[in-house]
Design a protein around this ligand. Structure first.
Ligand code: ZN
Length: 340
């Protein structure tokens, strides 16, 4: 089928689960009621995507507070009690980050509950996302490994363990979120890709990487304004991604400053092309989405195009996100009718 649709990852959480419209929301419950509420919200997220005609559905990331820390919570060897200030994303912002103080190990399964629950309740293909090793390594301080690449590879081993278990749970697509891939362009072709390939080692399911310019928070907007009219950062990393063993690359397209022609550098990969802008509340029309897909077809073979959102929708209002999901499903269908 041409132009299957999927989401980059997160959807807004219901207000009974977590504070709405926040990137780092507080949970409204705890203990067993919280665990149950996360699964209830997962089911709602799946149902919403099914109703919108989304082909590869996700868990909406209902069970995690933050895309990196949702994973780190399950890792031993990290000191969360004594955080230190560190410039992250090449000093784009300062953050208080936890410190790696010993060998990294997983405490147990990370996303088993929501993956199994989603799997039990949908016949659609199921995607689960994990943070990428390079992005994790850029979000913690290192007092043990002495080398960022070495630490990233250690995280990649943990990610691989969870990814293999998710595959065994029946997950069809495992995606790694790597916003750090447009920050450390020189390191991506060397240890960035090596860590990504280590994370997908041995997987038979479809594998994906999501790279992006981040949510619309102030530090990101200021940084984007400094990048000029044309954003060509991906020119340095797409050829390396094209040579890698990853199956799919998720990248923003609609309203992006990245020249669309750069997508041509991802030869051989499925391109999860963002046709939904998550930085605006204006809901795209199916017509507009089909138009973007038509433009992408100049650079990517149509059988390699997957219609996707530019990024996660976690901080959006639920009604807007829902309308955008509906538009995504309808836009992909229209493109199928038109260009199939
Ligand atoms: Zn993103």
């Amino acid at each position: 089928m041409l132009f299957p649709s999927t989401v980059a990852g997160s959807l807004p959480k219901p207000a009974w689960l977590a504070e709405p419209n926040k990137l780092w929301p507080k949970w409204q419950l705890d203990g067993e009621p919280l665990a149950q509420a996360k699964l209830d919200a997962t089911l709602l997220a799946v149902k919403l995507q099914e109703d919108a005609g989304i082909d590869v559905v996700g868990d909406g990331e209902m069970s995690r507070q933050h895309f990196v820390h949702g994973f780190l919570e399950f890792v031993d060897g990290i000191d969360f009690a004594n955080k230190v200030e560190m410039g992250i994303r090449a000093d784009r912002y300062k953050a208080m980050v936890p410190v790696v103080r010993g060998a990294l190990t997983l405490k147990g399964r990370v996303h088993q509950a929501e993956a199994k629950h989603a799997r039990a309740h949908t016949k659609k293909k199921l995607k689960i996302t994990l943070p990428g090793a390079m992005t994790i390594a850029d979000t913690v301080a290192d007092a043990h490994y002495g080398n960022r690449a070495k630490m990233a590879l250690a995280f990649a081993d943990l990610l691989n363990k969870e990814a293999r278990a998710l595959e065994a749970d029946g997950v069809d697509v495992i995606q790694f979120d790597e916003p750090a891939f447009n920050v450390f362009m020189d390191e991506v072709p060397t240890w960035g890709i090596e860590a990504l390939e280590r994370a997908i080692d041995g997987l038979k399911c479809t594998t994906a990487v999501h790279i992006c310019y981040g949510y619309g928070i102030k530090a990101n907007i200021d940084w984007k304004n400094a990048l000029g009219e044309e954003w060509r950062q991906y020119e340095k990393i797409f050829p390396a991604l094209a040579r890698s063993r990853i199956n799919q690359v998720s990248v923003e397209v609609i309203h992006s400053h990245v020249p669309m022609s750069l997508l041509g550098l991802l030869a051989g990969k499925d391109v999860l092309a963002g046709v939904i802008d998550v930085a605006t509340d204006t809901v795209e029309t199916p017509e507009e989405i089909a138009g973007v897909i038509k433009d992408i077809m100049q650079f990517v073979p149509k059988e390699k195009i997957v219609a996707c959102t530019n990024c996660g929708m976690a901080p959006m209002h639920r009604d807007i996100a829902e309308a955008k999901l509906m538009a995504l499903g309808a836009g992909a269908k229209l493109a199928r009718e038109r260009f199939g």
